[in-house]
Design a protein around this ligand. Structure first.
Ligand code: KIV
Length: 288
């Protein structure tokens, strides 16, 4: 039986009842598969910048590029909630600019919600987007968009005072109206406290087992991104090896004349072929 489209309310109701599953996707075929697998939330993450577009960080990807990828994902999804990740500088200039960009994810990209990185400092921004009628997923702990020039890619929440600040960040995002929050690279202890303190679901990535849900970057879990692998990534497949093997075999078979064989070729009916031979003999190519 085909499952209906998930709504924000369904995600909220999962807290404390069953774990929420989330994965990134950036194109039609992978969105189709994630949806078919019964994943609850598909995040069109700004990690697209690195794992699909080949940049060194998440910073270069533009609004237009994000919308392009959201549209492709949307075409593959019937069931999952689609969340579009607001890229660096798309929510940092002005309130008007932020709402316009968030709105593009919904109107043009076909997303159901947007996600943005930051704590207390973006609480008014989150509220402005929510007030415009757009559901928001928060993102605290490690924030890759600012990690390069602020605190680096280190695990967060190891010291009590810093942990307290992250807990306050999460609380302020909840009170700004977010419907859920990603906790990235955070000690399990702090993630557990936040999950307990908040009434909205927490979705962990490198934040231990006690979050209300889990998210992984698709290319990490499929073994398709080899530049680096954080400790929290579990590879459920090694597709890079599989793809490489397939491409090398294809190259060999073409070079050796093994492919295409009869099974992968089209043929004329014998009578038509004989007719063609006659025509060629008479050189009747028609008027050219
Ligand atoms: O962009 C992304 O893929 C993310 C996940 C790491 C949560 O924000």
């Amino acid at each position: 039986m085909e499952k209906g489209k998930l709504r924000i309310e369904d995600i909220l109701m999962m807290k404390g009842k069953r774990k929420i599953t989330m994965v990134t996707a950036y194109d039609y075929p992978t969105a189709l598969l994630a949806d078919k697998a019964g994943i609850d939330i598909i995040l069109v993450g700004d990690t697209c910048s690195m794992v699909v577009l080949g940049y060194d960080s998440t910073l270069p990807i533009t609004m237009d590029e994000m919308i392009y990828h959201c549209k492709a994902v949307k075409r593959g999804v019937k069931h999952a909630l689609i969340v579009g990740d607001m890229p660096f500088m798309s929510f940092n200039v002005s309130k008007e600019d932020t709402i316009r960009n968030a709105g593009r994810f919904i109107k043009e990209g076909g997303c159901d919600a947007v996600k943005l990185e930051g704590g207390i400092i973006i609480k008014d921004t989150v509220k402005a987007i929510v007030d415009a009628g757009i559901p928001v997923m928060g993102h605290v702990g490690l924030a890759p968009q600012t990690a390069t020039f602020l605190s680096g890619y280190r695990v967060k929440g190891k010291e009590a005072t810093k942990a307290m600040k992250i807990i306050q960040d999460a609380k302020s995002i909840e009170s700004s109206g977010a419907f859920s929050i990603v906790l990235e690279s955070l000690t399990s202890e702090v993630a557990k406290i936040i999950t307990h303190e908040l009434s909205i679901p927490t979705i962990g990535i490198g934040a231990g087992p006690d979050c209300d849900g889990q998210v992984l970057v698709l290319h990490d879990l499929l073994g398709l991104f080899e530049k680096f692998t954080p400790k929290f990534v579990k590879k459920y497949a090694n597709l890079s090896n599989e793809i490489l093997k397939a491409l090398e075999t294809y190259r060999d078979e073409v070079q050796k004349g093994i492919f295409p064989d009869d099974q992968h070729s089209y043929h004329m009916e014998k009578a038509e072929f004989d007719k063609l031979q006659e025509m060629l003999k008479k050189k009747s190519y028609g008027n050219r």
